[in-house]
Design a protein around this ligand. Structure first.
Ligand SMILES: [Zn+2]
Length: 327
């Protein structure tokens, strides 16, 4: 798909400078650079400029919140890469921060519209939820934000060695965990998910999961299982969830989805039959939606179906299907 990388989180060609991660001298030099800066992450939320919420806010790498702040899931700042001037970019988790009167009731919820101002940071810089702001960020900021959130999220759930259970240490500037007891080495995981645009003539297959907001339908999706190809995962998921056999399957575009650690593989597939048989455990409903009806959905004029969430690859694939730009 020619436009594949135009998807939200589609990448910006960030120089990750992976060769520097394990080089202590190089990292010390990078950290000493005057422009070295750090993105703060608090309970999965990113620090942004409140006016517009459209760009990341950075602190100098020697800011007290980085050097001796409350700490969180990252013991050391995680090296994200180099900016276009060669300055080093880091991310640091300060989830340990709690303040009196801080309202955390919606933090981590499906929709978190709250913003938090840290007393030691300049006015106008707040922590905000990435899903809420992802479509406003530049491709570079979106890549940095997704990377920071995913790696920090991985550290938060992988503090102990999966082989022997001992506490493990962050190494490689945050890109690896090493077990001092058994020598086990662990790497940030990314879970592959297929999401598929299944068509039959001019209709597309849409489903909704139990518990979704009323009227919300999206493309079917599911985790790829060990030993499975992407094509097989597409066919299995659609057959399991909607009872539809799928013939030809093709790859369209991918999207890192750091909620918490997925890589979405956008695929297309041709349905070989139309009769839907929903698996009630997986889906609440599945329907065929025609092209003109989907245009109505996207225009916000449909009486019962809401458009897919902007920024999600489902929205991107449907939009390109409507515009006939999947090639
Ligand atoms: Zn171990």
């Amino acid at each position: 798909m020619k436009r594949a990388e135009q998807v939200t989180f589609g990448g910006s060609g960030l120089n990750r400078a992976a060769h520097l991660r394990g080089d202590a001298a190089a990292m010390a030099q990078a950290t000493a650079h005057l422009s070295a800066r750090c993105l703060l992450v608090w309970r999965g939320k990113l620090l942004l400029h409140v006016d517009g919420l459209d760009r990341l806010a950075w602190v100098p790498i020697d800011h007290p919140l980085v050097t001796d702040g409350p700490g969180g899931e990252s013991d050391i700042p995680i090296f994200l890469g180099l900016d276009d001037t060669g300055a080093a970019l880091f991310a640091h988790d300060i989830s340990g921060w709690t303040a009196k009167g801080l309202d955390t009731s919606t933090v981590g919820a499906f929709v978190d519209k709250s913003e938090q101002q840290h007393p030691d940071l300049p006015e106008g810089q707040v922590f905000a939820e990435l899903r809420r702001v992802m479509t406003r960020l530049s491709p570079r900021d979106a890549e940095l934000a997704a990377t920071a959130k995913a790696v920090i999220g991985w550290h938060s759930t992988h503090k102990f060695c999966a082989r022997c259970g001992a506490a493990s240490d962050m190494v490689q500037s945050g890109w690896q965990r090493s077990c001092p007891a058994c020598g086990g080495q662990h790497f940030p995981r990314t879970d592959p998910v297929v999401i598929m645009l299944i068509t039959h003539g001019n209709d597309v297959l849409m489903g909704r999961s139990p518990g979704w907001p009323e009227g919300m339908y999206s493309l079917l999706a599911g985790f790829v299982e060990p030993g499975e190809t992407l094509e097989a995962a597409v066919r299995r998921e659609v057959l399991e969830e909607a009872g539809i056999p799928v013939g030809r399957v093709g790859y369209l575009a991918s999207q890192p989805w750091p909620f918490p650690a997925s890589l979405m593989f956008g695929c297309e597939g041709e349905a070989l039959a139309r009769d839907i048989k929903v698996d009630p455990v997986e889906l609440e409903d599945a329907i065929w939606v025609g092209r003109s009806e989907m245009m109505q959905v996207f225009a916000g004029d449909h009486p019962t179906i809401l458009p897919a969430r902007k920024g999600a690859i489902a929205h991107f694939l449907l939009q390109n299907w409507l515009a006939d730009t999947l090639d």
